[in-house]
Design a protein around this ligand. Structure first.
Ligand code: 5AD
Ligand code: SF4
Length: 439
């Protein structure tokens, strides 16, 4: 029997789910209670030091509390510390990098043969048939090529890889037939998706000495966006049972007009985009290697709002990046006032070994970082509240994942007594709070 504790992002939650399915297929049984577990898996996150500290204190605690279990450390922290995990925690039995998660069954078997295991390479992802809930994560892309200067992800999850459109569509069709109504497409950069590179096929005549020019079967015209993200969205929308498509996370460098257009015309795409801006200061954005300016970012969201007036835009912001001055910080606040985000995840900069920014002095004090974080959070709440209040008296489309609890197209939490899980309704908003709509 195995138990899994997950830290970090949606990708990690999706990876944990994959482990659950693979282990269940391999004859192991999932338990909600670590007391009953023979194997405890910690699926870890390394994006900030805080996540790692929490992980370490939890592992220590669990090892004392559940001495009967064998322990697996999987995910980003496993990759980051490798062999050294065994030194830090001699009771850990296996260290499994994020790309080795598909091998979890063999790894667990190996542990029971009394071996310590370290798996830091890349395993093949299997096609898993799973029973879907109302809303399901579907990974379309893994890894990251962007190397934002503060971010450890490219070093731990490796280069960008895309799943084949056919595989993604098969998985979604399969989920749809078992009850799924919404898919959330996952990737570190979903919108850079390049699933199928279309190489025009040249067909030469079989006879005739090649005098006739070859015929081009896939014309290049209109071929530029073939196999890209907008086309994937279009194909998923053709699956009748799927009523809504979400995706995250998107990078502002990859929001071309044809994606905005697809979001505007495709009725199944949710009116929400999570578009991390990280900072409002052009100087800091450059140091972060984000490849856009605050002006460019605002231009993108203006286009989105022009085409999709009721779209909700959420973001991530880091405060206290090395050399961030009060003026840089003011630029971030001023961008927030213009962008009017529906939600903001704000973080204090956390230096990460291996990254380019690690070489810079972490010169903004904890005190200043904390003050800036509080200011961002306060301003964010104001706009979160406003963006929901704008919907009072208007209709929203809601998919209920549980009885009485759903999300609007904008990804706002919606509460409605009497609604049943799986219902997809258009309803009028009666009142709102900072966190939800009441309908
Ligand atoms: N320090 C603080 N926040 C970070 N993020 C990524 N790396 C760091 C870091 N070193 C934040 C970014 C990213 C989100 C997932 O985590 O805002 O978008
Ligand atoms: Fe990290 Fe930047 Fe890649 Fe996001 S886009 S995972 S912040 S390197």
């Amino acid at each position: 029997r195995f138990y899994i504790r997950t830290f970090g992002c949606q990708m990690n939650f999706s990876d944990s789910n994959l482990m659950k399915n693979i282990l269940a297929d391999g004859g192991f049984e999932f338990t909600q209670n670590p007391e009953n577990a023979d194997i405890i898996i910690f699926n870890s996150c390394s994006v900030r030091a805080h996540a790692e500290d929490r992980l370490f204190s939890n592992i220590g605690l669990y090892m004392k509390k559940y001495p009967q279990a064998k322990f697996v450390l999987s995910g980003c922290t496993a990759k980051r510390f490798g062999q050294n995990v065994f030194k830090k925690f001699p009771k850990v039995d296996a260290v499994v990098g994020p790309s080795e998660i598909p091998a979890i069954s063999e790894i667990v078997r190996g542990i029971f043969e009394h071996r310590k295991i370290i798996a830091l390479g890349e395993a093949e992802y299997p096609v898993i048939r799973r029973k879907g809930g109302v809303s399901e994560y579907v990974v379309i892309q893994r890894g990251c090529d962007n190397f934002c200067s503060y971010c450890v992800v490219p070093f731990l999850r490796g280069r960008e890889k895309y799943r084949k459109p056919r595989e993604i569509l098969d998985e979604i069709r399969n989920l749809a037939s078992s009850g799924t109504r919404e898919v959330v497409l996952l990737g570190q950069n979903v919108n850079s998706y390049k699933g199928e590179t279309v190489i025009p096929r040249l067909i030469s005549p079989a006879f005739g000495g090649g005098r006739k020019p070859p015929t081009l079967i896939s014309p290049l015209k209109g071929g530029r966006d073939r196999g890209g993200f907008p086309e994937l969205l279009r194909k998923i929308a053709e699956i009748p049972e799927i009523v809504r498509i979400r995706f995250l996370t998107s990078h502002p460098k990859d929001v071309p007009d044809n994606l905005i257009e697809e979001m505007a015309v495709n009725k199944k795409i949710a009116h929400h985009i999570h578009l991390p801006v990280q900072s409002g200061s052009d100087r800091i954005l450059k140091l972060m290697n984000r490849k856009y300016t605050s002006g460019k970012y605002l231009e993108i969201i203006e286009k989105l709002r022009n085409k999709i007036p009721d779209i909700a835009i959420t973001t991530d912001i880091i405060c206290g990046f090395p050399t961030e001055t009060d003026r840089d910080f003011e630029d971030t606040l001023s961008l927030m006032k213009k962008a009017k985000f529906s939600g903001v995840f704000a973080f204090k900069y956390s230096p990460r070994e291996e990254t380019a920014a690690f070489k810079m002095k972490d010169d903004v004090s904890q005190k200043v970082k904390q003050e800036r974080l509080k200011i961002i959070q306060k301003l964010a709440l104001k706009y979160a509240d406003l963006s929901r209040r704008n919907f009072v008296g208007k209709e929203v489309e809601v998919l209920f994942e549980k009885d009485g609890v759903g999300h609007s197209s904008q990804n706002f939490l919606v509460l409605k007594q009497g609604a049943k899980a799986g219902e997809f309704l258009r309803v009028k908003v009666k009142k709102t709070s900072r966190w939800c709509l009441f309908v």
